[in-house]
Design a protein around this ligand. Sequence first.
Ligand code: ADP
Ligand code: UDP
Length: 235
Amino acid sequence: MKKTKLIYEGKAKKLHETEDPDLLVVEFKDDMASLDGRKKGVIKNKGIVNSKISTYIFNFLDSYHIPSHFEKSLSDREILVKRLEMVPIEVIVRNIATGSLCDKYGCKEGDSLQYPIIEFYLKNDKLNDPMMNEYHAAAFGLATPEEMRTIVRFATKVNAILKSFFIRRKVRLVDFKLEFGRFKGQLYLGDEISPDTCRFWDLETGEQLDKDRFRKDMGRVEEAYQEMLRRVLNL
Ligand code: ADP
Ligand code: UDP
């Protein structure tokens, strides 16, 4: 499938139109950004790792009947996807207390939560992604109550599936972010599932194998991403 026009360049990915109006090419960049874009860097081969991990996970989720935008892999850092009308909500699922959860609620860093937490944030960098709920989604016309119920159902199922997938790879799935979008009247899982959007802790040592290494200037970011790719592919 040929790329015809660059339609969006974000912090981590580029979106290209194709000859088919229903399909886009997602190109994963090596650029890294945090603090809503205020901190920037480049991690060698990150785009390749994120493209490969996302490909593997979208395929795996498909075998559990989770519909995603993923169509096929095109190259090392490009995938072909359905062109979704994105719901501008970041859906966060948490299994272990860390990050902004501890900042807000004062819970103890690293504690296992008795039940997974699902949170919603409005995807808007200028507003620093404010937290929101189903009522905001309906009131602002972002998603219907029925769509929000579907999103919660998919997010819960993705968490259950991926938690055990990663345990088998000796990794704790601490928390992660999902995005959804509409295509021909149905909701699909979009964007990416990678060390940029998930927190992964080694099951035995607790070593952080994700973007937190960049956020906290811990070093060995590239190595951590490569290690996650190796584990996901079960090499
Ligand atoms: P950001 O926009 O936060 O800088 P990225 O660099 O990852 O993030 O850009 C990817 C953009 O593409 C995001 O805005 C995301 O919502 C959007 N997106 C992801 N999957 C699809 C899809 N299948 N169709 C249309 N847009 C998508
Ligand atoms: N996350 C993400 N994009 C965002 C915000 C969060 O992918 O814009 C992911 C993040 O990598 C982590 C989870 O969502 O796996 C929860 O993040 P948290 O709310 O703790 O945010 P942070 O500590 O980054 O402010």
